[in-house]
Design a protein around this ligand. Structure first.
Ligand SMILES: Nc1ncnc2c1ncn2[C@@H]1O[C@H](COP(=O)(O)OP(=O)(O)O)[C@@H](O)[C@H]1O
Ligand SMILES: [Mg+2]
Length: 350
């Protein structure tokens, strides 16, 4: 069984610890996305699983077997990178076959696997071409083909779609997801793109500065973000944050507005409200003074400030709305859509 266990993994470069006691259990066949901003340690973590970086402390296991000291080639893992790193002088077919050839697989078996992978990826017509004769999307498929023919226990992906244009990225994202379901191979996928993370992952590991902020399903992470960081990182447009005083279940905003809530917190908190959860209502307590409406067609994003303050706030309205700079729109803040965080630690308060 290709479950993966990360047990208190740390990584230091010299005196600097860049990953801090990473903990996580990945089930057999699961698709896990490691997501976080640039520099948070995603690639380093993935490369430790691949065996391309040493482990400073803690353990990585596949199934019951600790693999810390196993050579990359002995881990039964295939990795797909952002720069596809195809051999330019080899045909598609040779690129896909190469890994099996150096592992001394019989010719007939190599042929069978390459053809099967080419069928799955629908690149059979390109097998004789050189990489330079392919589009970016086709090259990315060949890079995936090279991983598939290995028939590994684990796939690792490091931002494999970053070099593609937006439309192709969406298409390839769907293809990777379907492929992973079909093959059922345990996979870890690294990205800084929260939309990619939300759509691909069975679960997301949200990393920030080398710490796991949250490890949960996309819905858990969206509905119950564990911290201000996760709340702000996941979801587009970003969640609104307003400092508030909590007392006896009530929240008082800096402009004196009071909101009903069901928090048990007392004292300073951070109130989080997603733009799509603010409900336009003629006598609602939140007054948004419009700076700029953004017409996106399906929705209108209204950016502005809480009336009489400099506190930024954004609301997302369904459909097309005529709002102009200076208008004041009023909103309800539904209690069940409020997120309350500790003002000091940024951690979620239930
Ligand atoms: N070989 C290295 N030597 C020193 N520091 C490194 C090395 N590789 C990565 N780092 C540092 O580790 C941190 C995490 O890097 P990385 O895993 O590449 O982040 P991400 O993939 O999330 O963008 C960064 O601060 C980076 O500068
Ligand atoms: Mg990286």
């Amino acid at each position: 069984m290709a479950s993966i266990t990360l047990d208190s993994l740390t990584k230091s470069y010299g005196q600097t610890e860049v990953l801090h006691h990473i903990q996580g259990e990945i089930q057999h066949g699961e698709f896990i996305v490691i997501v976080g901003p640039s520099g948070c340690g995603k690639s380093t973590l993935l490369r430790m699983v691949a065996g391309l970086e040493t482990v400073t402390s803690g353990q990585v296991s596949i199934g019951d077997k600790v693999i810390n000291d196993l050579e990359p080639a002995d881990r039964d893992i295939a990795m797909v990178f952002q720069n596809y790193a195809l051999y330019p002088h080899m045909s598609v077919e040779q690129n896909m076959a190469y890994g099996l050839k150096i592992r001394k697989f019989p010719k007939a078996e190599i042929k069978r696997r390459v053809e099967q992978a080419a069928d799955i990826l629908e690149i059979r017509d390109y097998l004789k071409r050189k990489p330079r004769q392919l589009s970016g999307g086709q090259r990315q498929r060949v890079a995936m083909g090279r991983a598939i023919v290995r028939d590994p226990q684990v796939f690792l992906f490091d931002e494999p779609l970053s070099n593609l244009d937006a439309k192709l990225r969406v298409q390839m994202r769907l293809e990777i997801r379907k492929l992973q379901r079909r093959l059922g191979v345990t996979s870890i996928y690294v990205t800084h793109d929260q939309v990619e993370a939300m759509t691909l992952g069975d679960r997301l590991m949200v990393l920030n500065g080398g710490y796991v902020e949250q490890f949960g399903t996309p819905i858990e992470v969206y509905e119950k973000p564990a911290s201000v960081f996760v709340a702000g990182f996941i979801g587009s447009p970003s969640m609104n944050f307003i400092s508030a005083q909590a007392s006896k279940g009530q929240l008082t905003l800096p402009d004196g507005t009071t909101l009903a809530s069901n928090t048990s917190a007392n004292g300073p908190v951070t109130l989080g409200m997603r733009p799509e959860h603010l409900k336009q209502h003629g006598s609602g307590p939140i007054q948004l003074e419009v700076d700029l409406p953004e017409q996106l067609g399906a929705t209108t994003l209204v950016h502005g400030r809480i009336s009489g303050t400099e506190l930024p706030i954004t609301a997302s309205l369904n459909g097309i709305h005529a709002a102009s700079s200076g208008d004041v729109l009023r909103f309800d803040a539904p209690v069940e859509q409020m997120h309350i965080f500790d003002a000091q630690t940024g951690k979620r308060i239930e």
